[in-house]
Design a protein around this ligand. Structure first.
Ligand code: NAP
Length: 259
């Protein structure tokens, strides 16, 4: 029995990359995990299988975010998955909500980023977490956790001049802090995680360039690129009872980028 036994968790974008690491870790800690994905159902099923193989419980939920009806579809899938596994009232309760799904048009500085790309990042990185939270708040249990996967790029300007993506993560940071105050009376904590350079599909292309990789490592105090597990372990801490007195803050999980 892990320390999250009896808890339910939703990890958006839990199928790949950092989200997968988080889903696997929360599953190992005993939570029943809803592994959300946008289009790659096979990756989500792989993540579910890896959780189940280690004795955990999980199911996949598909819903593309940033399009009309996204939140409704995700919540319906969540309800179906939780309802099928828990003997609960009509609307199953949720303990841990991790907003991880995110989009970054990399290498697109202000000179070239299009209004369509900008809107898409706002829709996936900001609007979706906002309205998904709105939809799920009524069923979040006292002592619940909302964890927003943000970025170190709100603290350190990108060397490539990318501004659109950091803007969306800055909005997520404001969301975290303000929502933390609002939900304090319900005993729900809300925190952001400032992720640094981490090896995932999102960054694989850039990190394949030796010069880019070297510059990334040289800006990181601990001298390497992060792995999904580095982030997942910090998220597991924030999700645990040990973090019950931490709310409204942003935890830098970057290996010391730009110190
Ligand atoms: P990733 O490898 O590209 O994985 C993204 C995940 O989000 C996938 O599960 C994907 O599902 C889902 N997703 C993306 N767009 C979606 C959409 N429109 N609708 C539904 N699901 C969607 O990304 P990652 O590197 O793990 O990043 C995870 C989070 O960490 C993001 O919020 C990112 O901004 C943040 N972050 C990452 C880094 C880094 O260095 N990697 C640094 C700072 C912050 P499908 O495959 O099914 O679409």
């Amino acid at each position: 029995m892990g320390n999250l036994s009896g808890k339910t968790a939703l990890v958006t974008g839990g199928s790949r990359g950092i989200g997968r690491g988080i889903a696997e870790r929360l599953g190992r800690d005993g939570a029943l995990v809803a592994v959300h994905y946008g289009s790659n159902a096979a990756a989500a099923e792989e993540t579910v299988a890896s959780i189940v193989a280690k004795g955990g419980r999980a199911f996949a939920v598909g819903a593309e975010l940033g399009v009309d009806g996204d939140v409704e579809k995700l919540v319906a899938g969540l309800d179906a998955g939780l309802g099928a596994r828990e003997e609960t009232a009509e609307k199953p309760a949720l303990d841990i909500l991790v907003h991880n799904a995110g989009l970054n048009f990399m290498g697109r500085p202000i000179e070239v980023l299009t209004p369509e790309e900008f809107d898409r990042m706002v829709a996936v990185n900001v609007k979706a977490p906002f309205f998904l939270t709105q939809a799920l708040l009524p069923r979040m249990r006292e002592g619940g956790r909302i964890i927003n996967i943000s970025s170190v790029s709100t603290r350190v300007a990108s060397s490539g001049g990318s501004i659109g993506y950091p803007l969306t993560k800055g909005a997520l940071d404001v969301f975290s802090r303000t929502l933390a105050k609002h939900l304090g009376p319900r005993g729900i904590t809300v925190n952001a995680v400032g992720v640094g350079f981490t090896h995932t599909d999102m960054t694989a292309g850039a990190l394949a360039d030796p010069a880019h990789r070297e510059s990334t490592v040289s800006r990181t105090a601990l001298g390497r690129v992060g792995q999904a597990a580095d982030i997942a372990d910090a998220v597991a801490f924030l999700a645990s009872d040990d973090a019950r007195w931490i709310t409204g803050t942003k935890v830098d999980v970057s290996g010391g980028v730009g110190l």
